[in-house]
Write a protein that binds this ligand. Structure first.
Ligand SMILES: Cc1ncc(COP(=O)(O)O)c(C=O)c1O
Length: 411
């Protein structure tokens, strides 16, 4: 095994797979000259791409309803508001998660309640019991970097307390849990098509659910309260209109996303095969502790994690691996919610919109680093090894050999 310096390709997923398929669908959208999803030149025949993306995504992800929106963040705000999350309610969310998992809750006027993660770097199921109050409305489960949270424990714990389960699959479209697609197990799910994601359109997002009620409310929330005739062909509207935002997806974005959706499983299978190859080699190293996953079979496989003894050793591992050309720099510095400026300040755009305004001296307990010893410990010790669509088996062998070499040096 060769562990000498050897640059790995940039770890792109969907972005690295853009090709003739995306070109063909985008050209089709342009040549139609109909870039707005609900009508074009002939009002009776709206253009196809957003509708087709929704239909194919619903089939692929195993849900009844899918709604294309302008970003993953918009998808979060839409489904949280659709779920009745609002002023006075609380949503349990991992303290280690993407920025908008927190901001989307605040923008609904509700309070994010931060939970510790477990070794999988996803929500620790035991936190649901500790953090539920009479105001808790939902649990926002984040399937972190390709792999599922422990849904066998989380869903019953949430159901027993009357809480909705919203799956954030922004980082794990195409991943599964015990054979079922993430996003189809809770009450609703969201996906993101931002540049770094397994499938991308630059920006874009999707809401999925099996609930006609949530679907209708999500449609209204993403389109200024309206429920246009296209959606009535899917399910008849029964809810009264209410104010919504404008988070619609354009036909151009939908054309790219549709081509990418059709490639998603191929990208996943490629990453899974490379990850399995590395795991088999790391398994021979004494003392290497891989990220324990709730369902290892279902992992998308685009990032392999292992834990070092302590933060210093993790830092040394990263530095030495990078010297060997392994791209493993820490890219999740924004993830501890309790370290973000708006959490430290407790501010929203308007004082009255801050769900923290009545919590007393700020930061209050539950919003400070010292309240999350488990999350702090785990996230200071991991080393993440990204894989990508352009990676080859030689790249995977080089990563494994490099980890083995650094591990030997540090023993
Ligand atoms: C877990 C998670 N949720 C939500 C989002 C938001 O997606 P977007 O960037 O499309 O708004 C992201 C992506 O960046 C994410 O990683």
């Amino acid at each position: 095994m060769n562990a000498s310096p050897r640059p790995c390709p940039p770890p792109g997923l969907g972005s690295a797979a853009i090709g003739p398929e995306e070109e063909a669908l985008v050209l089709d959208a342009l040549r139609r000259g109909e870039l707005f999803r609900y009508y074009g030149n002939d009002p009776a025949h709206p253009p196809p791409f957003a509708a087709r993306l929704e239909a194919e995504a619903a089939t692929l992800f195993g849900v009844r309803y899918a709604l294309a929106v302008s970003s993953g963040t918009a998808a979060l705000e839409t489904i949280l508001a659709a779920s009745g999350v609002g002023p006075g309610s609380e949503v349990i969310v991992p303290a280690w998660s993407w920025i908008s998992c927190f901001t989307a809750i605040v923008r609904c006027g509700a309070r994010p309640v931060l939970a510790e993660v477990d070794g999988s770097l996803c929500l620790d199921p035991a936190e649901i019991d500790r953090l539920t109050t009479p105001r808790t409305r939902a649990v926002l489960v984040v399937h972190y970097q390709g792999a599922s949270a422990d849904l066998d424990a989380i869903i019953p714990a949430a159901r027993a307390r009357g809480l909705l389960v919203i799956e954030d699959c922004a980082e794990a479209p195409g991943a599964t849990y015990r054979g079922r697609r993430l996003g189809s197990l809770g009450d609703a799910g969201i996906y993101s098509f931002q540049h770094n994601k397994p499938m991308t359109a630059g920006e874009g997002g999707l809401v999925v659910t099996n609930s006609a009620y949530l679907y209708e409310r999500a449609v209204r929330l993403h389109d200024l309260g309206q429920f246009r005739p296209y959606h009535a062909t899917i399910t008849p509207p029964v809810e009264a209109a209410f104010c919504g935002a404008q988070y619609r997806m354009s036909e151009l974005t939908a054309a790219v996303a549709l081509a990418q959706l059709r490639k998603l499983d191929a990208i996943r299978d490629h990453c899974r095969a490379l990850k399995a190859r590395i795991v088999a080699q790391l398994a021979k190293l004494p003392g290497i502790q891989l990220r324990p996953l709730a369902d290892p079979e279902g992992d998308f496989g685009f990032e392999l994690y292992f834990y070092a003894r302590n933060a210093d050793t993790a830092g040394t591992f990263r530095a030495r691996l990078q010297q060997r050309g392994v791209a493993c720099q820490q890219r999740t510095g924004t993830y501890p919610q309790y370290r973000r400026d708006y959490v430290i300040s407790g501010r929203a755009a308007h004082r009255e919109l801050s769900p923290f305004r009545n919590l007393g001296p700020w930061p209050a307990p539950g919003y400070r680093a010292e309240d999350f010893p488990k999350t702090e410990d785990l996230t200071s010790r991991f080393v993440a090894l990204p894989l990508g669509w352009k990676y080859t088996t030689d790249d995977a062998d080089h990563i494994a050999a490099s980890v083995a070499a650094v591990h030997r040096d540090l023993a």
